[in-house]
Design a protein. Sequence first.
Length: 484
Amino acid sequence: MSLKQKTIHGLSWAFIDRFANQISQFIFGIILARLLSPAEYGLIGMLAIFFEVADTFVMAGFSEALIRKTEPSEKDYSTVFLVNVGTGIFFYAILCALAPGISWFFNEQQLTPIIWVMGSTIVINALSMVARVPLTKHMNFKVLATISVIANIVSGAVAIVLAFKGYGVWSLVWRNIVYSIVNTLMTVLLSRPKFGLQFSRDSFREIFGFGSKLLASRLFLEFYNNLYYLLIGKFFSARDLGLYTRANGYKDMFSRTLHNVIQSVSFPALSGIKDDNARLKNAYRKLVQSTTYLTAILMFGLAAASDNFILGLIGPNWADAIPYLQLLSIVGIFYPLHYINLNILVIKGQSGKHLKLEFLTKLIAVPALVTGFFFGIKAMIVCMIFTWVLDYLVTSSSSGRLIDYPVREQILDILPSFLFAILMGGVVWLAGTAMHFHPLAELLIQVALGALFTVTVSNQFRIKPFLEIKEIVLQKFMKKPALS
């Protein structure tokens, strides 16, 4: 199977994986949001930064190091497994010890038992990380899709039953735990990784030499991404944080999920041609154009239909989340672009430069945090939009120099997608203002209209990213020859 065929096959199953997962999460999330209050979601949001940082330490960039390595040995796998599990146990103990202090910081005493129980997911997740590497390395996304879909369905069903029985925030806690247990068990059983329990200093030095810089980079990323939760949880109310959490979650459902799909497939695929700059640039250019086209359409469409999206799906109790979702949707456009550019640095072995850029771009975010403290959450999100634009410009400039793809050329490539997405968003928004039905009915009409407009106009005017995506769909699902 050629690299292109493997990539198309991987993308297909990765999209199926994410689509099925998002559908299940979306449905379960709607039900849970109607059963639970914004304040209960806010309690879980207060802990986001602590769990994300702990998980980042456990991962430590080792997975990418193993994927990037041409032929990792059993000693490599074994060493990473032992380090992952040991680090997971260590950070679980740290979190348990800090739990009373975290509760005091947020003035929410019920956070202590939540941390003690939900912290077990750090160790559980650590057990499956190495087992996922062979599946990802060989682009076996069909198995990964099966695992994650089943884990989502089982954990979502458990959470709904608990919410109906009045368990409140604990239904969200157990949703996380059950997901981790099912995901880990199925990953180990279906992957059946072959390695012992031996620690190799040489393997550790080699892998950590590459992964440590990714670790530091990701720490900046996760600390930055979750610092907003920390700020809102401390200086505003649990309800405000719950509203922000739901709005940001819906933004991530499209933006971050799309990025994760493309990242999971493109990283091993592009790593295979990392020494051929001409092929790498060509493949990367198509990736940037297609990603921007999809992300911009989804995000501008979400912003245009955000009022009906919130009111129609989770009800008027969440109405105050509408302006947050509108603004965060714009932020979501730049998230995949920023990290796709950073991927080139990792693929080319520039993990040190990756670290420096993450540090620089996160310093740019300081004004947004200060603005939020003094002027409120909406002003903070507006500043976030500008900081993400600057982040993108910095990272695209740096990665572009490695493969002769300057930022000006990249902007010219993605500008048509932006303009088209704005036009489509305007059509969707105008349709919403002209209707006076139930919010859910209006939302369905807006979605149908946006999809029809996108496909019809893109096909009529032969928009390049649309044709690329259409070619993949025809090749994979319709079994037709590629477009000329």
